[in-house]
Ligand binder design. Structure first.
Ligand SMILES: Nc1nc2c(ncn2[C@@H]2O[C@H](COP(=O)(O)OP(=O)(O)OP(=O)(O)O)[C@@H](O)[C@H]2O)c(=O)[nH]1
Length: 230
């Protein structure tokens, strides 16, 4: 059996940096961690890539050939990857049982929330014998703003439900958190800074969001609470 992580999250949240760091940590402990770049628009990443979707297809190429915009080209590339999955299968079939594979995914969250691509991709990997974990990265700036926190939780939850694989959320860039938290929201001094209580979230939203959305926010926060308790 092969093990792997599917690393997802909004653009710029730190996915490639996370993959690089994990690869370096593994090297230090003499473990082989393989990173596969699945972002057809990625030009720079610091890890050493075992495979790169850009060898199959790139956003730049699709934009030129099919005169599509960046988002349309990205969706085209991801569908192309699925249709030509044997390209990846051939590369991955050389792996050993102990190898651990990290898939660095694109940052357009609609790929996880609106399209079935990522789900179909993980199903195809499972058929190759992969045991997968979804890793959803969020910039820790969301901790300073209840509106961003609500949006971040919704996107992470929606991704988890779409993929139906074990799921871990990770907050990145903690070194940049300055503690200038919005009123009524826990700050760095609070024990529940990393995981605000849902009552606190609702109270903070009550102050910042128009009243007509109160009931909606109440339903959202009770949904999150349900998943936390579960
Ligand atoms: N200060 C700080 N900067 C970070 C951290 N992680 C990532 N960055 C920076 O954030 C920027 C984006 O990081 P990436 O790793 O490229 O993010 P990404 O999610 O792969 O970006 P996309 O591929 O565009 O979706 C880079 O300038 C990184 O150096 C962190 O923990 N702390």
């Amino acid at each position: 059996m092969l093990f792997g992580q599917v690393v997802m999250g909004p653009a710029g949240c730190g996915k490639s940096t996370y993959c690089f760091t994990l690869q370096q940590r593994a090297l230090d402990s003499a473990r082989n961690v393989i990173v596969v770049n699945l972002d057809p628009a990625a030009e720079n990443y610091s890890y050493s890539a075992y495979a790169d979707i850009r060898e199959l297809i790139s956003v730049e190429h699709v934009e030129e050939e099919l005169t599509l915009g960046p988002n349309g080209a990205l969706v085209y590339c991801m569908e192309y990857l699925l249709e030509n999955f044997e390209w990846l299968e051939e590369i991955l079939c050389g792996l050993l049982e102990d190898d651990y594979v990290i898939f660095d995914c694109p940052g357009q969250i609609e790929l996880y929330t609106h399209y079935s691509f990522m789900r179909d991709f993980t199903v195809a990997l499972k058929q190759l014998g992969f045991q997968l974990c979804g890793v959803y990265l969020l910039d820790s700036q969301v901790l300073c703003d209840p509106n961003k926190y609500l949006g971040g939780c919704l996107s992470a939850l929606s991704t988890m439900l779409q993929l139906e694989i074990p799921h871990v959320n990770i907050l990145t860039k903690m070194d940049l958190v300055k503690g200038d938290t919005s009123d009524n929201f826990p700050d760095e001094e609070d024990d529940n800074f990393i995981c605000p209580d849902m009552t606190q979230l609702l109270e903070a939203l009550y102050v910042t969001v128009p009243q007509k959305f109160y009931r909606l926010n109440q339903v959202c926060s009770s949904t999150f609470r349900g998943f936390i308790d579960y």
